[in-house]
Unconditional design. Structure first.
Lengths: 344, 464
């Protein structure tokens, strides 16, 4: 493997973590929006707050990581993507701003801003996954020319990009529901667990249907990627993903918590790496190769060093955060215990 | 008058893109300052509270941490917008120079992770972690704020003093030397200047909230400490800032003479240059300024004989635009910097003599303005740096005109962004004010509670 390939793999690690963990935070926003009103909706929202409150900002940094690696190690690809797909990218950024601030405001101050902030949080949570999906679809379909400045509308308003947009929304909702099943189960709230379980199953069925449409669209618009996914080694990852997905479904139905998240994460990871294998050796199939887009070796070495440092300091810190929040050592206090905090 | 010609060409994409970039950066930098310095102020309050067993100090730290949470979230989203903008507005810059310019951002990413992680642990850990563990969790936040600022500033410094790469025959970047990119000649002073600026802006702004409270008669210990911690931090930074700013000015005179001549309005090269304070710079002369003979030369080279390069030596197409604005922005920064220094001295003398805040309400009135003043100085400083670098995006290597996107519709985006950001700012301020009102109304209640440990009457959460 050349150092350009290593950097591409590093980029893809970031993409995977953002898609799964960042994606789940967006999906939680969708369930928040659909929760409606009333006592149970309040419980649902409280669980969502507890689950994503401590971690969403850290998960969001994976996106920054991806952008930075892309523009540093593969700057021509970054430039080509952004100069072509600026409309969906700007809308994805809008979703990020509204989602993040909506969540932070409602979290900080129960009261007058809570309701509008909640609504904005929910609606905006659909924007980002959808438009990110169209971006991936446009790249896969070869709509981004290596030199950039491709068709600003035609590139992403098409069968494949739009169906991937919808699929991304459904998948984030599914992942979020699975995580919430696990969290409410761990908190011992069986009725809430059931609530999310039904939603996870519903989302799984709909997303499965959308995935079939996605495969048809890939076949029609992105032959290179389609062929890669249906031949070795892509096919192995696709099958692995399907198996993990089935296991996760089995765990869901049988009410099992242990291993549920691992199975769902495995399904996501396998398919994301399936794409990587299928598109290899291209960053922009089939106009720009990884090796042609790569930065000079000094830069690539710096990127690898940064990644090494990230593994050494960031991963243990993330593990600490996840552990503390899973053990509920970081109980959300801002909404509930404001009443009990000293100076109230 | 070339300045007007630039501004009048309002159909141009370039102008729209610059406005968009400048506006969103100017917004983010305020939150970035809080991200860099607020955790430090909070940590000082908590450490003091734990050491002296001071409940007011602990309460301040706890309340502030909620402010940090809100500001951090808005900072994170507005910073993300900036990352998108590099690609959306300046794709050709990123295409050509991303492999050098981008390196520092990689390091920044690590600090962002650490900051986001430990802020979460700190904020959510108030009732759950032991006092010691809780306080320890703030230290990585403070360090990563500083490290994050260093990385971003190093990238910006590289735009001013690009080095650490070669260009091949086709003008592409080759042979990148990351350490030279990161530690370019502008990194040092820009970083220290910005670091201190963040502590000044944050310190004076928080202190100004409590100064207003004290002027309205809320002179309890809680308000007094709420004033003292942040004000002291800012007051320590203020004198050092004068020194660093002065160093920066001399470095710019050496390395970016066009920028220096622009903000000092030096039209004719030569020694014994006058320092112009205020005034309007156009048609090759300065009007309406207070001019102190020889001072500019003296400041640059410690002697009135120092030669200073003027705009006459600089080709027209390498001169910065909007010289009056540059000049006034520079004067604003220096003027406010000096005023804040004097305010800090006043405070220091009073503290040294009487162990107290100066008694006259005039001190509090000025302190109440100091936050806004520091903010103005900060924004002015960035205008000096960024507009003064024009017409270059990478000084001496790439012009901003050659970097901008050909995409249409940026004016629309700019308009919508302004609306969105005004909305964000208004909501953030509303939320912070509502929080502080709530703390104030709740002040005398429940004196027996402690900020640590599980809240009474509640189990320790679920056990898995
Ligand atoms: C609280 C804010 C603040 C205060 C009081 C000052 N500055 Fe400043 N200044 C900034 C905040 C700032 C900044 C953070 O906004 C800038 C923009 C880029 C940078 O490195 O720092 C800046 C830039 C900047 C530059 C341009 C650097 C460049 O282009 O690379 C110069 C020459 C000075 N400053 C000089 C001064 C002097 C002589 C000051 C003292 C009296 C002073 N500043 C006070
Ligand atoms: C946060 C404080 C900052 C402020 C307020 C600020 C302000 C501005 C302004 C006003 C412009 C427009 C210049 C003009 O129209 O003449 C600009 C341009 C720009 N700035 Fe900054 N800037 C800041 C920091 C940074 C940093 C840290 C970087 C990079 C690391 C950066 C990168 C750029 C780029 C790429 C442009 C566009 C190209 C150009 O006009 O030269 N800025 N900024
Ligand atoms: C002078 C300039 C800047 C300083 C000192 C600075 C500093 C900071 C700090 C301390 C944070 C942490 C969040 C917070 O505290 O609110 C932050 C967030 C962020 N900044 Fe800036 N920044 C600057 C300019 C920029 C620029 C030019 C970019 C564009 C690439 C940028 C991108 C980001 C991003 C992406 C985040 C979010 C990170 C997260 O998700 O936690 N910043 N910045």
């Amino acid at each position: 493997m050349s150092s350009a390939d290593v950097c591409a793999a590093i980029l893809w690690v970031g993409v995977t973590l953002y898609a799964i963990f960042g994606g789940a935070d967006f999906g939680a926003g969708i369930w928040d929006f659909l929760a409606g009103r009333g006592e149970r909706a309040d419980k649902v929202r409280a669980q969502i707050d507890r689950s994503i409150g401590p971690v969403w900002e850290a998960n969001h940094v994976w996106l920054i990581f991806v952008l930075v690696i892309l523009w540093t190690a593969f700057s021509p690809a970054f430039s080509a993507i952004f100069s072509t797909l600026y409309i969906p990218l700007a809308l994805a950024a809008l979703g990020i701003v509204l989602r993040g601030s909506g969540f932070a405001f409602r979290h900080a101050l129960p009261g007058p801003v809570e309701r509008p902030a909640t609504r904005i949080f929910g609606l905006a949570s659909v924007l980002t996954p959808f438009f990110m999906g169209t971006v991936v679809g446009a790249v896969a379909a070869g709509e981004v020319p290596a030199g950039g400045n491709g068709d600003p509308t035609g590139s992403w308003i098409g069968f494949l990009p739009l169906s991937l947009g919808v699929l991304f929304v459904l998948l984030t909702a599914y992942t979020a529901a699975v995580f919430l099943v696990r969290d409410s189960g761990a908190a011992g709230d069986e009725s809430l667990r059931g609530y999310f379980e039904r939603r996870a199953l519903g989302a799984a069925v709909i997303a499965g249907g959308a995935a079939v449409v996605g495969v048809i669209a890939l076949h029609a618009d992105a032959r290179y990627v389609y062929d890669g996914l249906t031949s070795w080694p892509g096919i192995a990852l696709v099958i692995g993903s399907g198996l993990c997905g089935l296991i996760a479904l089995g765990f869901l139905v049988s009410g099992r918590n242990y291993g549920l998240r691992v199975a769902a994460v495995g399904a996501g990871t396998a398919v994301i790496w399936g794409y990587f294998a299928a598109a290899f050796p291209y960053v922009l199939p089939t106009s720009l190769k990884i090796s042609d887009a790569a930065a000079p070796s000094g830069t690539l070495t710096a990127v690898m060093a940064v990644f090494g440092a990230a593994v050494v300091v960031v991963i243990p810190s993330l593990a600490l955060l996840y552990t503390l929040s899973q053990r509920q050592a970081l109980e959300s206090y801002s909404a509930s215990s404001d009443a009990t905090s000293p100076r109230r | 008058m070339p300045d007007v010609a630039v501004l009048a060409d309002s159909g141009s994409n370039l102008l729209a893109a610059r406005n968009q970039m400048g506006f969103t950066l100017g917004f983010h930098i305020v939150l970035a300052c809080f991200g860099v310095a607020f955790p430090a102020v909070m940590l000082i309050a908590e450490a003091y509270g734990q050491r002296k067993d001071d409940r007011d100090a602990l309460q301040l730290a706890r309340n502030w941490s909620k402010g940090v949470a809100v500001l951090f979230a808005v900072g994170a989203v507005s910073g993300t917008v900036l990352s998108f903008e590099f690609g959306l507005l300046w794709p050709r810059f990123m295409d050509r120079f991303g492999d050098a310019f981008g390196i520092a951002f990689g390091i920044e990413g690590i600090f962002f992770f650490l900051e986001a992680i430990f802020i979460a642990i700190y904020i959510y850990g108030w009732d759950r972690l032991s006092p010691r563990a809780h306080m320890l969790s703030a230290i990585p936040i403070v360090i990563s704020g500083i490290g994050g600022a260093f990385s971003v500033i190093s990238a910006n410094a590289w735009m001013n003093q690009p080095q650490g790469f070669d260009l091949d025959g086709a003008g592409n970047v080759t042979n990148v030397r990351p350490l030279e990119v990161i530690f370019n000649p502008a990194t040092g002073y820009e970083f220290f200047h910005m670091w201190l600026a963040a502590y000044m802006v944050t310190g004076f702004l928080i202190a100004s909230v409590y100064a207003v409270g004290m002027l309205r008669g809320r002179r309890d210990r809680y308000h007094r400490l709420g004033f003292l911690f942040p004000f002291t931090v800012a007051a320590i930074a203020a004198p050092i800032q004068l020194f660093v700013g002065d160093t920066a000015a001399r470095a710019v005179a050496d390395d970016q003479p066009a920028k220096f001549a622009g903000f000092e309005c030096v039209y004719e090269s030569g020694d014994n240059q006058a320092e112009h304070i205020g005034g309007i710079c156009h048609d090759g002369k300065v009007t309406g300024a207070i001019s102190i003979p020889g001072l500019d030369s003296l400041l640059v080279g410690f002697s009135t004989n120092t030669y200073v390069k003027g705009l006459d030596q600089i080709p027209d197409d390498r001169e910065p635009p909007a010289k009056t604005m540059l000049h006034l922005a520079f004067d604003t920064m220096v003027g406010i910097g000096t005023a804040l220094f004097l305010l800090a001295v006043w405070f220091a003398i009073s503290w040294w003599r009487r162990r107290d805040i100066p008694g006259t309400p005039w001190f509090l009135r000025l302190a109440a303005l100091a936050g806004v003043g520091a903010l103005l100085a900060l924004e002015s400083g960035w205008i000096v740096t960024e507009v003064g670098r024009q017409p270059w995006i990478v000084y001496g290597f790439m012009r901003t005109t050659d970097a901008v996107t050909p995409a249409q519709g940026i004016w629309w985006v700019f308009g919508l962004t302004m609306l969105l950001y005004v909305g964000l700012a208004v909501t953030a301020i509303t939320v912070l004010r509502a929080l502080s009102r709530r703390w104030r109304e709740g002040l005398p209640e429940q004196p027996g509670e402690v900020p640590y440990g599980p809240p009474p009457g509640e189990g320790s959460g679920a056990s898995a």
